[in-house]
Structures are given as C-alpha cells and as structure tokens.
Design a protein around this ligand. Structure first.
Ligand code: SF4
Length: 703
C-alpha cells in the first residue's frame, strides 16, 4: 500500500507535501472548521514521518486573516484599492498592450519562483513566450541553484541536484558537505546522516560557522568565506601528491584531468592554509579520508554556490569527486542540496531566460522546433534568450517597463535590495500575484490574490529528482484564483486564450510531458497515478514502462564524449574590496523557523514565536573591538547600504566574519547589504560574501 492510498481509506485527510523546502516532506493535511491541521506521513519514503517546525505549522497561512481575497489596483491617490477580477484583467491587458506598442514585447518582464509547481513553471514560461512574446522571463531560482546547475552541466552533462536517492547516504563511508546546514534548514534529512554515522561513516562539514550541522558532524573545516575553490584545489593537490587518485576511473571515464592537475599543483597545503584559514594538517587529513574511503560523497549547498565564482567553486569540488572515482559509483558521488521547494523542477521547465521545458535550450534549433510543435506556433515566434534574474530586475524602468511577478518577493530576496526597490519604483506597471501583501506587492500597481499550495494540485520535483504530487486538499477562499486560472485569464484578455485552454493541472502536466519528450529532463513516462502508486518517480522517465532513474552516471556521462570533464578552477578574490573601511566579511543564510523571504513564515505565529527578528552572529573578540556586547543593536554597513541587527556573540564564527539571516525586510534586511556581483556563467549574485563594517547602532536604532 502506498503512502497516498492509506489515508484515503481511513481519514478525510489528504496526502500531500510541505510547501517549503526541497525535501518536500510527505504530510497529511486535514481540513478543520478553523482551517486545517498537518500531521507527518510516516509512509512517505523521504521524510519517513519526520517534519520540522515549518512543516508542522504550514497550515497556518491557509485561513490567515491577512489573505488577499480581492484584486487590488493602485488608485490615483496611490492607495491599493479592491476591484473586481474583470476590472483588474482589463487593466492588465490595456497596460500590457500600451507597453508593447511603445517599446516592443521584450519591454514586459516575467519573474517566477522556485516554489511554483512544475505545471506552473511550465505555464509561466509558455505564457511569457506565447501570450506576451517576450524573451524576458527568469525566476528567483537563479539566486539559488544556478551555479551548481551550470557546473554539473559542464562537468557531468546533466543537472539533477542529487544524482542518487537519499537512501544512498547512510552507506557512504565519508561525506564532505560544503556550505550547507541541513540540521537547521531541513532537519528530517539528518536521519540519513545519523544512519551513516551508525554505519561507521564520517561527515565532514566545510563552513565559515560552526553550524548545528558542523557541530553534529564532529569534523569542521572553518574556511574563510569565498575560499572554496582554494580548499577544493588543496584537497586535489594532496590526492595527487599522495597517490590517492583513482587512475583507472580518470583514464576511462573522464577527460581534461591535466588542466585540473596543473592548477591544483599550485595549491600546496601551506598556501591553502593561508588562503582559507584551515590548518594544513586538516586539509591533508580530509583529503586522505576522501581518497581512502571505499564510498565517498561530496555535497555542496549555497555556501560555495552563491558567489560570483560559484560555478568555479562547484567545479572545483566536482574535480575532487572525479579524481577519487566517486561519481557514478554505488553509494558515492557528487551532489548538491537543492534549497527551494521546487528548486529542481522549477529550473527544468522553461522559467529560465535561456531554457525551454525539459532543459531544452532556447537557442537550439531542434529544441525550438520541438516546442513550436507542442505550442502550435511558428518556431520564429518563440523569442530567443532574455535577461537573467538580476539583470532583468536591473533593467526595470530602462529596458523593461512592465513586470509580472508570480511566486517571488524580490524586495526581500534579491541582492542589493535598495537598488532593486528603486528599479521596481521606476516601472510603468508592476503586477504581483501572491496570497499576502508581500513587501513586493506593496510596490505593485496591480495585485492579484492567488491560491496557496494546498488549494491547487501539481507536481514538484524534490532534491533527489523524485517527481511528487502535491494534491489539492481544500478550496481557496472566495475571490482567490489559482495561478493557472490567472495566467489563462490574462492570456484570454490579450486574445491569446486559444493557447491556454486547460481543464485542470493534469491537462497542463500532459502538455509538459509532450514538451519534455526526448529532452534531458524527460517526464513523458510519468503520470499522476504513477506518482501516487510509486511514492514519486525519478526523472528521466521516458515511457510508461520505464521505472524512472534514481541513479545517474553508472555507465556513461551524458556529455558529447560520454566522459565527465575536469576543469581548471583557480581561486579568485571576492568581488568586494576588503580594506580599512570595510575590514570584515559578511555572510548570510537561513534559520530553522523562517523560510526564504518570509512571506509565509512571518505570517505564522508559531514560527514568529521562535524567530521573530534577525540577529547578527559576531565573535566576542570582534565585538569587543567594536564596543558591542550581547544584545546590543549592531549597525552593519556595506558599500550598498546599512541594516541593524541584535548582536549575538558566539565563538562558533570566525573572528573576521559576521553572519546574518536574510528573511527580513527594511532596516533588518540582510540583502540591503549583499553584493550583486554576478558569476560570469550562472549569473548568480554574490550573496554569500561581501565586506562589511560593524559598530554599535545609535541609540534610536536600538530601541
Ligand atoms: Fe517542510 Fe523542508 Fe521542514 Fe520537511 S524539512 S517539513 S519539507 S521545511
């Protein structure tokens, strides 16, 4: 019996999934008179009954009194005023037509999100290209997974966060986790690391902070933010020097090793110690542990990836995994821990400026022809590549004059947030579809009330590449529409309704399957029924008879040569300049009881009770230099802006580094401080490191 079928027999509950992170824990949602309650689904094979506080409290947003239930249009007096759907849709159509007439279709932008279901991500991409005819669509996942995605595509030929299921983790002898803190961000995953430890395996964590995960692991490499490539090159140096490279694997399954070797040989451990701050002996010990492990894994997360050299950093770690022959070997390998709920599927189905569904490429003639056939449009009508997420936001008011945002809150989540706010203010038209009046909605000209996770069905693809089904459990409040309904209605008002006739989400999924047929991320053998029967199906899955693909790369890599590719990955300096004025490093991240921009979690009383406000972690020695004691208001200043946080003194952070979580806005916005320098390949902003000055805040800030 599957996890989904059990509850249908016994309770009125619906088996569905948590709305938050990429673990996509299985839950039961039970409607009640006051809203709904959540209980864990012990039979779902990923979380096995585990949930974190975010999952337990996820129902709180559904019947929340601050839900948007009517469209709003900014009046002449500048106030967002309720209107009917007909009025809102007519206004959108008129404004889109006016902008297109004045500036062309690319002057309309579309900004999506990594929390949208596969169906919505697919439809948003189609809406941009077929209804609006704009090239300019991108999404907030560009701020999440794009560096890892670009790196694995280059090195391994296929981007799936984990190329193996979580059930492989307990069997790894050694796991190196770089820049991730799952003990806090997705606690149920720790059962896999605990099982690994019980099996005699080791977890090693590289992170500037001794996070909950690093403390649990017992082996912690406390590297300076922005030095991951140096660390990885140092590990490869020791592996080569001490004869721990898997020569047969390198010879038979890879190419270009010489480039990586030549670079790595300049990163001798003493030099790496000077760059990273990690003792030479520790570098040697970890390299030996990886090189001698029968089954080794290297996992990266946002720490190394959210940098202006994020692709280079991820490639450097992949070099290490390839050198020890771990990739494609059972219970071993390289993977990345996806962050957002549908961070995986969201990047596969056409929300990215340069991609079409199934990872098809928008500049590839055959891919364009395939999609033209599925969409029933001339190939020439499909726009070419548009601007990446930050470049799109930065072009607002100059090249892009109208923007539709769905499933994102960039006023809080984008880097250099004050600059983004100014850009949004310079738009002719900003339209936001959301279920709360998010900080971005507050800037909008038109706000559309959208359904939430439990109010519509759709598939998500979790961090393992397992396609799961989030089932509708309750009806949306009166006046609220699903994103499918919203996009179809706007398309109809623009005279493009013929391309957006869907009975329901399943009909969109059917079209998505045809769109991905024969592509890298092939979903064509997956059905809603199969997902329920099998507790998810791993892509690629080309036919109804295919079991799906839980494990990749066993025999060959999907590269032109069939081999994995090493890269030369020299360490580069961070984009910001560290000097007497800005002498420290700032790094940002998440806390257990908040999620991303906080639109949902800051509306959840149970989570607010745990984490109502942000803090700044600072080492006591650094705090003493600044004359700061525990609980003081700490003013952080970077070249972009200032923000104030309550000081939290801790020896778990490096003396040269300050940490703040990024879930808040206004004077507590971490992203007013962060740097928008972009990775040259992935266009990922440098969220994870910039230079900063700290001082006690003036008294009025502290009150
Ligand atoms: Fe939800 Fe992630 Fe927590 Fe699971 S770990 S309950 S998916 S937030």
């Amino acid at each position: 019996m599957t996890a989904g079928s059990l509850l249908d027999i016994q309770t009125p509950s619906v088996a569905t999934h948590c709305p938050y992170c990429a673990l996509q824990c299985g839950i039961f949602l039970t409607p009640t008179a006051a809203g709904a309650t959540v209980t864990p689904n012990a039979l779902f094979p990923v979380n096995k009954g585990g949930l974190c506080i975010k999952g337990w409290s996820a129902a709180a947003t559904l019947a929340h009194p601050e839900r948007l239930t009517q469209p709003l249009i900014r009046s002449g007096a500048g106030v967002l005023t309720p209107v009917t759907w007909d009025v809102a849709l007519a206004e959108i159509a008129e404004r889109f037509r006016a902008v297109t007439a004045a500036f062309g279709p690319d002057a309309i932008g579309v900004f999506g999100g990594g929390s949208l279901t596969n169906e919505k991500a697919y439809l948003l991409g189609k809406f941009a290209r077929v209804a609006l005819g704009t090239a300019n669509i991108d999404y907030n996942g560009r701020f999440c997974m794009s560096s890892a995605a670009a790196a694995v595509n280059r090195a391994l030929g296929l981007d799936r966060g984990l190329p193996f299921p979580l059930e492989d983790l307990p069997h790894a002898s050694v796991i190196l986790l770089a820049g991730g803190n799952p003990a806090e961000t997705m606690p149920p995953i720790m059962q896999y690391f605990e099982a690994q430890q019980q099996n005699g395996g080791r977890l090693i964590v590289a992170d500037p902070r001794r996070t909950a995960t690093a403390a649990w692991a017992g082996r912690h490499l406390r590297l300076q933010p922005g030095t991951d490539a140096a660390l990885a090159n140092g590990l490869l140096h020791v592996l080569i020097r001490d004869g721990l490279v898997d020569e047969a694997f390198v010879r038979e399954r890879t190419e270009n090793f010489e480039d990586a070797r030549r670079t790595a040989m300049t990163y001798w451990p003493e030099r790496v110690e000077r760059i990273t701050g990690i003792e030479e002996a520790a570098i040697v010990e970890v390299a030996h542990a990886l090189g001698r492990a029968p089954r080794a894994m290297i996992l990266t997360a946002r720490g190394p990836e959210q940098q202006a050299q994020g692709v280079n950093n991820a490639l450097a770690y992949i070099n290490v995994a390839l050198a020890i022959g771990a990739v494609g070997k059972p219970q071993s390998g390289f993977g990345t821990l996806t962050g957002q709920g549908n961070g995986q599927g969201g990047r596969e189905h056409g929300q990215k400026a340069d991609q079409l569904p199934g990872y098809r490429l928008i500049e590839n003639a055959a891919d364009r022809r395939h999609m033209a056939g599925v969409w029933d449009v001339p190939e020439s009508a499909i726009p070419h590549a548009g601007k990446s997420a930050f470049e799109l936001l930065d072009a607002l008011g100059t090249e892009v004059h109208a923007l539709l945002i769905m499933g994102s809150n960039p006023v809080v989540s984008a880097p250099d947030a004050l600059r983004v706010q100014q850009r949004l203010a310079s738009l002719n038209t900003l339209i936001v579809a959301d279920f709360f009046r998010s900080e971005t909605a507050e800037h909008a000209d038109i706000v559309l009330p959208a359904a939430q996770w439990a109010e519509e069905s759709g598939t998500m693809t979790n961090l393992e590449g397992r396609v799961i089904l989030r089932r509708r459990a309750i009806a949306p409040p009166l006046g609220v529409r699903t994103d499918l309904e919203i996009l179809s209605a706007i398309a109809a008002t623009l005279g493009r309704g013929r391309w957006f006739q869907y009975a329901d989400e399943a009909a969109v999924f059917d079209e998505l399957k045809r769109a991905t047929a024969g592509a890298t991320a092939d979903y064509s053998g997956i059905t809603y029924a199969r997902i329920e029967e099998e507790d998810g199906v791993f892509w690629p899955c080309q036919t109804a008879a295919s079991p799906g693909t839980p494990r990749l790369f066993a025999d060959r890599f999907p590269t032109p040569s069939g081999r994995a590719r090493f890269h030369a990955t020299p360490h580069g300096e961070i984009a910001d300049v560290r000097d007497g004025e800005f002498p420290l490093l700032l790094t940002t991240g998440r806390v257990l009881a908040q999620y991303q921009s906080g639109t949902q979690t800051r509306h959840t009383p149970e989570l607010q009770a745990v984490s109502a406000e942000p803090f700044a972690e600072i080492h006591p020695v650094t705090a003493a230099h600044a004359g700061v004691v525990e609980g003081d208001a700490l003013l952080l200043t970077t070249r972009r802006g200032t923000a104030t946080f309550k000081a939290r003194l801790t020896r778990t952070i490096r003396e040269d580094t300050v940490f703040v979580p990024f879930h808040w806005n206004g004077d507590q916005s971490a992203n007013r401080l962060t740097h928008a320098a972009l990775d040259p390949i992935s266009r990922m902003p440098e969220f994870k490191v910039c230079t900063v000055r700290v001082e006690r805040a003036p008294l009025e800030s502290a009150s």
